[in-house]
Design a protein. Structure first.
Length: 320
C-alpha cells in the first residue's frame, strides 16, 4: 500500500495527514499548535517534521510506504525554488522550507500555496474530479482561490496569480487587507458577509437579526442573516440578496476571464449549498459572455471541507 503525507500549515495549527494514494482519502492525521509568535521558522519546521513522524508511527506503517510529502502554506510560494517568499503572520521570508523538511525526512517534499493545495485536492478527489479545468473559491476570513488547468495548478508568472479575492468588485468601496478599496474579498468573504449584516442591522433596529445576536452586534456570524431570512425577516433577506449578488458578480468575472469547466465553492458559508449555487448559476447563464457558448461553466459546492488542503498537498507530486 502506498501513501503520501500532506501538511496543512496554518497560522493556528499544523496538521499532517497520511493519504492513501489509491482511495484518495486521509487515513490518519496529527495536529499541533503552530505557536508562530516569537519563534523561528526552523522551530516551526521541526514541529511539522515531528507531526509527520508521529502520524506514521501512530498509524503503524513504515517510512518505506511514504512516497512523498506535500506542504500547503499561506503566502506566496516560489514552486520552482521551493521556497516560501513570504507568509503573512508566519516568520517566513524566502525560506527554504521544502529542502529543510526533505533533508530531515528523506522523502521528496513539494510545496504550494494553501489555497492552491485545497483547490488541487478538490480537483483530484472532490467536486472537480474528472473535470478538465476548475477554479476553487473558498469563502472564509478572506476569499481564497486556486486555478487548475490541464491538470496543473496555475500560479502566474511571479507565483502571485489567481488571487481572485483581490479583483475589483466596487470601485472606492470597503477597504481591503491588501491595501486597495472595493475588492471582491471585502464583500464576498465571510468577513464581508458579517460586515454587510452589521450595516443592515444598524439601519433597521427592528430586524430579527438583533434578537439572534442577543442585542449585541458583535455576535454577528455568517449564519445570522440566513437564519433571519429563513424565519421571515425582510432585512435578513436583504442581506442575503446583497451578499449573493456579490458572489454572482465575482464569479461571473471568473467565468468571463477563464471559463473553466467547473467552479467549486468552499468555506463555511458554502454550507448554504443551493441557496448560493442556484442563483450564481442562473446569473452566469444570463450574463456571462459564455452564455453564447455550447459549453458552459457549472458552479457547485466543494465536497472535501477541511480535508481538501491535506489531500491536495499530499498529491502535489502529481503537479510536477
Amino acid at each position: 500500500m502506498a501513501y503520501c503525507i500532506g501538511i496543512d500549515l496554518g497560522g493556528t495549527n499544523i496538521v499532517a495527514g497520511i493519504v492513501d494514494k489509491e482511495q484518495l482519502c486521509i487515513v490518519h492525521s496529527v495536529k499541533c499548535k503552530t505557536n508562530a509568535k516569537g519563534r523561528s521558522w526552523q522551530a516551526i519546521a521541526e514541529d511539522m517534521i515531528q507531526c509527520c513522524r508521529d502520524a506514521v508511527e501512530q498509524y503503524g506503517i513504515s517510512w518505506e510506504q511514504i512516497e512523498s510529502v506535500g506542504i500547503g502554506s499561506p503566502g506566496m510560494i516560489d514552486t520552482e525554488k521551493r521556497i516560501i517568499v513570504f507568509a503573512g503572520n508566519l516568520p517566513f521570508d524566502h525560506t527554504p522550507l521544502a529542502d529543510y523538511i526533505q533533508d530531515a525526512l528523506h522523502r521528496p517534499v513539494f510545496l504550494a500555496n494553501d489555497a492552491d493545495a485545497a483547490a488541487y485536492g478538490e480537483y483530484m478527489a472532490g467536486a472537480g474530479k474528472g473535470s478538465s479545468s476548475m477554479v476553487a473559491v473558498t469563502l472564509g476570513t478572506g476569499v481564497g482561490s486556486g486555478i487548475i488547468f490541464n491538470g496543473k495548478i496555475h500560479t502566474g508568472y511571479g507565483y502571485a496569480g489567481g488571487e481572485i479575492g483581490h479583483t475589483l468588485y466596487k470601485a472606492g468601496g470597503r477597504p481591503c487587507t491588501c491595501g486597495r478599496h472595493g475588492c471582491f474579498e471585502a464583500y464576498g468573504s465571510a468577513t464581508g458577509l458579517k460586515e454587510t449584516t452589521r450595516e443592515h442591522m444598524e439601519k433597521n433596529k427592528d430586524s430579527l437579526m438583533w434578537q439572534l445576536c442577543e442585542g449585541d452586534i458583535s455576535n454577528v456570524s455568517g449564519r445570522t442573516a440566513f437564519d433571519a431570512m429563513r424565519a421571515g425577516d425582510s432585512e435578513g433577506k436583504a442581506v442575503v440578496d446583497e451578499y449573493v449578488l456579490a458572489l454572482c458578480e465575482g464569479i461571473c468575472s471568473i467565468v468571463n476571464t477563464l471559463q473553466p469547466e467547473l467552479i467549486c465553492i468552499g468555506g463555511g458559508v458554502s454550507k448554504e449549498g443551493a441557496l448560493l449555487t442556484d442563483p450564481i448559476n442562473d446569473f452566469i447563464n444570463q450574463y456571462a459572455f459564455s452564455r453564447f457558448a455550447d459549453k458552459k461553466t457549472r458552479v457547485v459546492t466543494a465536497k472535501l471541507g477541511n480535508d481538501a488542503g491535506i489531500i491536495g498537498a499530499a498529491l502535489l507530486e502529481n503537479n510536477k
